[in-house]
Design a protein around this ligand. Sequence first.
Ligand SMILES: Cc1cc2nc3c(=O)[nH]c(=O)nc-3n(C[C@H](O)[C@H](O)[C@H](O)COP(=O)(O)OP(=O)(O)OC[C@H]3O[C@@H](n4cnc5c(N)ncnc54)[C@H](O)[C@@H]3O)c2cc1C
Length: 384
Amino acid sequence: MGVQNKYDVAVIGAGVFGAWTAWHLTKRGQRVALIEAYGPAHSQASSGGESRIIRMGYGADELYTRWSQKSLKQWKEFFAATRQPLFLETGVLWMAGDEDKRLEQTSATFQRCGVTFEELDRAALEKRYPQIGLDGIKRGILEPKSGVLMARRAVAAVVEDAVRLGVEYRCAQAMNPREAGRVEHITTSQGERIAAGQFVFACGPWLGKVFPDVLGSRIFPSRQEVFFFGIPAGDMRFAPPALPTWLFQEDLVYGMPDIEGRGLKIAFDEHGERVDPDTQSRFVSPAMTEAVKKYVARRFPALKDAPIVETRVCQYENTSTGDFLIDRHPEMENVWFAGGGSGHGFKHGPAMGEYVTGRLLDEAPAEARFSLETKATTQSRAVF
Ligand SMILES: Cc1cc2nc3c(=O)[nH]c(=O)nc-3n(C[C@H](O)[C@H](O)[C@H](O)COP(=O)(O)OP(=O)(O)OC[C@H]3O[C@@H](n4cnc5c(N)ncnc54)[C@H](O)[C@@H]3O)c2cc1C
């Protein structure tokens, strides 16, 4: 087949990062192709869950707090403009026990960045959230304006709007580009050639498979299991506004209230084993099932015998530190990487799209933490 239309930019991958990148580029008048192997936020993609937390708290890490602020604003504007209520302001509650340094850092960052928050001592937590088992918890911080993005549907909405604005979406698998220097076109698995001035690979956990030489040892996809527990009939204590989204960092556990009747969501944020997104089993393990049940019994005593009503197995696409990877390919001058969401990337989709667009069109200054150079081949997690 011959070379198709030449685009200004071809974005490969329609997860949250690729979708927002294509959206921002088309808003700036670029002719954009968005190429996706399966479908926007499909079941195996990292963006493929029902829901993702959007929170401002990142301890002392002002960079991601500011990106969250920027992104929440854009998500809300986007949902208002497209009339889709896919952000739920459930509030986000951070809880801490003896190791509360991160909470102190978070409140200092919130003050500097102008984030609305409320500090709650143990007595206030007991009074407001009697349904939470506060064993080991001493204080909390509530972000009342943060909450949950309905992830899978939100990505589909961004892609739909990008297409309305002129992006050409196609379902195809892009083959790995090989030539050094300037890449003129990429080929799809059906043999079609797509020519573009620049190429952005937003392939999430697949980045290491698409660029094995450069990223095979720099992207660490980890297995993550998610559980939903059924709520007793007629019991509103586990739905918003009674229960907010919550995180207990010392145990690396987080959860969400009962949204759309799916049940109480809970997951461990600790990295699971290294996996391949194409082949990993999507069934939860007996060991994690037991661990999560025990945790629910401790933190939500009324749900001690609640049934597990739904599960999901996904993967984080970690970099060595958890910082994003947004940089040019070291040998292909017009090929870019946009990934490394590292288990916290979803909320940042709008800021990611804006940043990539700025790098491509305006040569906007690069943030050193996103560079390939800072991505090591051994993991040392620094962003949570
Ligand atoms: C269980 C779980 C919970 C999470 N919780 C949160 C949270 O609460 N808050 C938060 O902010 N973040 C969270 N995250 C992280 C967040 O979801 C990810 O960082 C983000 O979704 C990554 O998006 P992405 O676009 O980089 O990757 P993906 O969504 O995986 O998208 C990559 C896309 O590229 C496509 N692709 C790959 N190779 C090719 C190819 N050769 N040709 C064509 N297409 C290709 C894939 O099919 C895929 O659709 C969580 C992640 C998981 C797994």
